[in-house]
Design a protein around this ligand. Sequence first.
Ligand SMILES: [Zn+2]
Length: 186
Amino acid sequence: MEPKFCLTCGSVLEKRDMDGTLRMACTACSFVHWGNYSVGVGALVVKEEKVLLVRRAQEPGKGYWTNPGGYIEQQELIHETIQREVKEEAGIDAVVRSVVAVRDQPRFIHNVYIAFSMDYVAGEPTPDGFEVDAAGFFSLEEMGEMNVAGFTKWLVNIALEPQHSAGLKPDLEPIVQLDGYGLFRV
Ligand SMILES: [Zn+2]
């Protein structure tokens, strides 16, 4: 589904050839609808070989354990977003160390997810009671008994690697089946 009216001036949009691609463009001003995109950010906070996880209290993914995260805001730096999300969802103060993974998911709303390695600073895991209903640091062994989301398992594997500042590389053989994802990792 494409927009019919300009987001800037409200005039009718028309299909226009932009360098070989048909896009919806305004008939009255310079607005062009380039597409629908969203960007997610995720936190990998490791403390004594354990990774911070939260249990989702809402759909999608209700009941699954994931790493804390959320969508970026229009006017907020992404490293600030993830630090805020970790504090809000899990009650933990943590600071960003590096970007350790990227997920590319082209679809109706093209989503790009950026995962951060973060250093624990302070706080006890405390769920916000709204988005998540449980929070804690867990070892791989403990996660074996938990309902951990597939994508979170992939991130946890990176978080527990000793050399996750090496840089981003395509992951052509991810440890978890994740159809339709473009995966990059250190
Ligand atoms: Zn317009």
